[in-house]
Design a protein around this ligand. Sequence first.
Ligand code: AMP
Ligand code: GLY
Length: 423
Amino acid sequence: MLGGGGREHALCWKLAQSEAIAKDGGKLYAAPGNPGIAACATLVTLDEKDHAAVCKFCDTNDIGLVVIGPEAPLVDGLADSLRKAGIAAFGPSKAAAQLEGSKNFTKALCDRAGIPTAGYVHCTTLEQAKDALSGFSAPFVLKADGLAAGKGVVIAESEADAIAALEEMFGGAFGDAGAEVVVEEFMAGEEASFFALTDGETVIPFGTAQDHKRVGEGDTGPNTGGMGAYSPARVLTEALVAETMERIVFPTVRQMAQEGTPYIGVLYAGLMLTDEGPKLVEYNCRFGDPECQVLMMRLESDLAQYMLAAAGGSLAALPDPTFSPQTAMTVVMAAKGYPGTPEKGGAIDLGNAEGAGAQVFHAGTKLEGDTLVANGGRVLNVTAGGADTGRAQAAAYAAVEKVDFPSGFYRKDIGWREIERER
Ligand code: AMP
Ligand code: GLY
């Protein structure tokens, strides 16, 4: 496993339960991992940018599969380097990871494959982008083209705000990611996340979730990587899942294969559920974080078996995976200051938070001596299940309350939308 956040902890936790690994006498390594992951995998130090070193480690340790957690090493071509060295990897090639790495790549692919998404204009100069605004109406959606750690999207309420934002983008506010900008039609609706596994040809649905991106209660304040999530996303009904597969995910995987850049791994579709049906907001080439944590809580099938089949081109031989009908919820405990500069080093005592079936996934922690301390913005993902969203929420917050983390904070309303619907 490459990575060291809450997503990777959840994946390692699930992989450690795998019979496919156990029967092989298999061992699980994580680089860099974190103190939570240390309970289910052996931690190693590897520089993910040094592809030769990663390949050499895999060779020496007879690694049967490398799971690449975050997007950066994927966009950097680590999966290509591994495959070239004959090592199986779960994750797309550099060319296929452009689905996340370049907004314009994805928009153009949607055009070629007739996939429903917001109308757009790709702009390489400030003048062109300003001109493009006249083709849209407020609110204006502006996106820096490259990877910008989720911060490259501006939704401007007025034309003046849009121009100011464009000036910043072309002025280098997002570094290289802002050298090209996509101006997009605003789509109104509710957002939901849809996951699919693919070996390049066969595609299987792999669960749904919704997250809360804003830092504050009632979905207010600055954007974050996600302050909490729950699965399933009940707004994505069976009919909408079928429509999403048919109109968005299948055509994407087919088009990628036809163009000689087959997509292998998990495809995460950010959807807007509009009056005209689901439309693609964006693709990510990895599991969502913290969406992965709730998917893993519900997954009943053997994760390693599915990842091996995706990496090895044999997904067609597997039955559809099964997920618990329960709802899982995760509450992110973040360090004060996040999403600005988070307070580092605050002590954490997990107490017996994992008592009643809850799981605490470590997102940004480290050990100082015997003390667990905060080491990042999002620090813990406290995750629990229940018969419905209300009960999952009660279980998750009961566990949160057992955690002693004075320099942390969390949102108290994760799942509010779904809970209102349940009432
Ligand atoms: P992205 O990085 O493309 O996922 O965009 C970040 C967030 O901006 C999304 O999760 C949406 O909430 C919002 N967003 C992006 N594109 C649009 C759009 N065309 N219409 C409405 N909201 C959007
Ligand atoms: N939670 C949103 C993401 O992983 O992109």
